[in-house]
Design a protein around this ligand. Sequence first.
Ligand SMILES: [Zn+2]
Length: 104
Amino acid sequence: MTLYHVAPLSRLELDETLRDYVCSTCWGALTFVHRESDVPGKPWYAICPECKERTAGYTSKKFTERKRLENEQEYFEAAHNLRDVLGLKPEPQSIEKNLSDLGF
Ligand SMILES: [Zn+2]
């Protein structure tokens, strides 16, 4: 029984995991530890520095980047569609007022 929930890795698997994946729980960048395991040739663990022993698995960076972009687009769409309800609609201001706000 090992300390970690994730599988031990070879050096090559570790390099690929650190390059292509993030923590599946918090999407944070992974780091690694070297620890003897039950699997010969696989003494490395890719773990999340925040989740530590609770690191449950990995999610690809491509997936998280795509989801972040989608979430950002959804945010701007929602903010645009709800601008009247949320009071986000900026009141048009005169040039003089804008300059005054900037301290001129
Ligand atoms: Zn994490």
